[in-house]
Design a protein around this ligand. Structure first.
Ligand code: HEC
Length: 116
């Protein structure tokens, strides 16, 4: 019980400090999910294998040829319904994600993060 109370107090303190910085908790959650599930392919930087670009970023650079940014984090046109379509169906080399892996709320949080 003491541990539970201490944990609750800690969680409260953390969310207070996040709120104090003006960060929307949904955006914070969206960034965490994006970094875990999407950034390995859609990040801006070079991959762990030192390839120059990650597969998602490289595919989108090729698709748009500069008309739209290659990195999803530089896009502002990806609403939750659009993300849902790609994430639930997959696209080309991109795998689809089941609801057990990524909830609808997670996708909405990613959309909020990308729009932020
Ligand atoms: C295994 C690598 C991989 C992962 C993980 C991945 N993607 Fe992708 N994604 C791709 C590739 C490759 C494409 C380009 C597919 C194509 O050419 O049809 C793509 C395309 C997309 C597109 C289409 C953009 C456009 O304008 O055509 C969206 C949106 C997208 N991904 C979102 C996501 C999100 C959100 C996540 C995390 C939940 C994610 N992807 C995880 C590889 C990945």
């Amino acid at each position: 019980m003491k541990l539970l109370l201490a944990t609750l107090a800690l969680v409260g303190a953390v969310s207070l400090s996040v709120a104090a910085q003006g960060e929307d908790p949904q955006v914070v959650h969206g960034r965490q999910v994006f970094e875990r599930q999407c950034a390995p392919c859609h990040g801006r930087g070079p991959g762990d294998d030192r390839s120059e670009m990650l597969p998602g970023t490289a595919a989108l650079a090729h698709k748009y040829e500069g008309r739209l940014p290659a990195a999803l984090e530089d896009r502002t046109d990806l609403s939750a319904p659009v993300l849902t379509l790609f994430v639930r169906r997959g696209s080309g080399a991109m795998p689809f994600f089941r609801k057990a892996e990524l909830s609808d709320a997670d996708i909405e949080a990613i959309a909020a993060y990308l729009a932020d």
